[in-house]
Design a protein around this ligand. Structure first.
Ligand SMILES: Cc1cc2nc3c(=O)[nH]c(=O)nc-3n(C[C@H](O)[C@H](O)[C@H](O)COP(=O)(O)OP(=O)(O)OC[C@H]3O[C@@H](n4cnc5c(N)ncnc54)[C@H](O)[C@@H]3O)c2cc1C
Length: 442
């Protein structure tokens, strides 16, 4: 029987353990609770939800809703537990958190081929096929060991993220392409100019906008010199004009705008842009409200809101391939929030896909059957391993990272994406059937 080690029995680790266990692999699951428990965790169960009890939208025309459906098609443990323990929450899927994680714990524990080790893992043996799923609160010896494997300080401890927006939602009647002093590739930056009056309104609204309350852990980001743009605005009228909204070198048609918000290309398929220097602590509603005051962003669609908080994750584009496998250590896979995906469902989905890839790697030494970026699960794996991204920003499921040539209105496009993705998932599932036959589990 082939053996896999899984480190961490959170959402990703539990899903990965289930996928491998049900196909007959020998799974050693390492979980440090209850011996060592981060204060954010309240129970000793597997698959614990540490904050909200909502797994967000259940509508398949929404990106995270589609991701859920893909997972259901691939027999996800986390989705089964969620559907079984759901509570009323409109079009969202919310769960009774106790029953949810109890169900996951019982299911995993019932497999005779899952060996549970309640201990803190401090090192990683690169000779043992392993999936690291230690989550965003990973720290201490294990984070040191992961950092060593990643090399070059590619393990980060904080998110200081500016909003990322869909290019389709930018109004190009008032935006233009140009890099500062035309020094770098001019197609990589989109500039959104403001005149004096527009800037004054923007500045006033930012200064008065509502912030998310700071926690102790977040203070460190601030003092590391990564200042939220609303804080710069509070320091004075001119601070933004000498900072991220500086117009110098961004002249257009011979004119220098009063202020400019610059957007930098965020993905290779050129559908997402991040707002340069706009890391923020504003509430999500306020981020949308103030950004809409910028003329070129009046219809902006934000796929990833800005945040500044504790979050351990690796710079996957330099470390992982699109199978969640380490480029330099093929025995080692990394899944869950620590791999650079963002959110409960996304973490579980990455655990599921990493396990299906590990399974092929164990059996054949390579991964022949994979998902492309025209499924939500494949799109996330492609995004976190996109070599064009210099420093990864952890990413939620969203249609901006979905790869498809389809041209058409937003609604038609989404219908097409859903159809395309579910068809691809069905084909992928059929292509994996041999693994179930081999293990006699059909
Ligand atoms: C404070 C906070 C709040 C969040 N709130 C939300 C939210 O409301 N909604 C949302 O969608 N996402 C949220 N997230 C993001 C993310 O979706 C969750 O953190 C999610 O639980 C990640 O799943 P995971 O499997 O990657 O990690 P986890 O669920 O954190 O699982 C990791 C497991 O690994 C274990 N472990 C860690 N180190 C070791 C070790 N050395 N040895 C053995 N075991 C170890 C841990 O005990 C834990 O059980 C939040 C993140 C944080 C930090």
């Amino acid at each position: 029987m082939k053996t896999v080690h899984i480190i961490g029995a959170g959402l990703a680790g539990s899903e990965a353990a289930f996928q491998l266990a049900k196909r007959g692999y020998d799974v050693h699951l390492f979980e440090q609770k209850p011996i060592k428990k981060h204060p954010a965790f309240k129970t000793d169960n597997f698959g614990e939800l540490i904050c909200s009890n909502s797994l967000r939208s259940n509508d398949i025309h929404n990106a995270v809703g589609l991701l859920k459906e893909e997972m259901r098609q691939l027999d996800s443990l986390i989705m089964e537990a969620a559907d079984k323990t759901k509570v009323e929450a409109g079009s969202s899927l919310a769960v009774d958190r106790e029953l949810f994680s109890q169900d996951i714990t019982e299911k995993i524990s019932s497999f005779p081929n899952v060996h549970i080790h309640y201990e803190e893992v401090k090192d990683i043996d690169i000779n043992i096929p392993s999936i690291i799923c230690a989550g965003p609160l990973c720290e201490g010896a294990l984070s040191g060991a992961i950092n060593k494997l990643c090399g070059k300080d590619y393990l980060y401890f904080y998110d200081a993220i500016a909003p990322i927006v869909e290019k389709d939602s930018i109004d190009f009647s008032s935006a233009y392409y140009k890099s500062r002093y035309d020094e770098e590739g001019s197609g990589d930056y989109i500039n959104c100019p403001l005149n004096k009056e527009e800037f004054e309104i923007f500045h006033r609204e930012v200064v008065n906008a509502k912030k998310i309350e700071l926690h102790d852990m977040d203070d460190e980001v601030y003092f590391e010199g990564c200042m939220p743009f609303e804080e710069m605005a509070r320091r004075g009228y001119k601070t933004l004009l000498f900072g991220p909204m500086k117009p110098v070198g961004l002249e257009h048609d011979g004119q220098r705008p009063f202020a400019v918000v610059q957007l930098r290309k965020d993905n290779a398929i050129d559908t997402l842009y991040n707002i340069v220097g706009f890391q923020t602590h504003l509430t999500f509603g306020e981020q949308l409200r103030v950004l809409k005051l910028i003329p070129a962003l009046k219809n902006v669609s934000i796929v990833r809101y800005g945040v500044m908080h504790r979050n351990t994750y690796i710079n996957s584009p330099r470390v992982l391939n699109a199978y969640y496998q380490m480029i330099n250590y093929p025995n080692i896979f990394v899944a869950g929030q620590i791999s650079g995906v963002e959110g409960y469902v996304e973490s579980a989905a990455s655990g599921l896909y990493a396990a299906l890839n590990m399974m092929q790697y164990l059996d054949k030494g390579n991964i022949e059957k994979s998902l492309k970026a025209d499924t939500m699960m494949g799109a996330m794996a492609a995004y976190i391993s996109d070599e064009h991204i210099e420093k990864l920003v952890p990413m939620n499921a969203n249609f901006g990272i979905f790869k498809s040539e389809y041209q058409g209105g937003k609604k038609e496009k989404r219908n097409y994406y859903v159809e395309q993705s579910l068809k691809n998932i069905r084909e992928y599932k059929e292509s994996l059937c041999e693994y179930n036959h081999e293990k006699n589990l059909d």
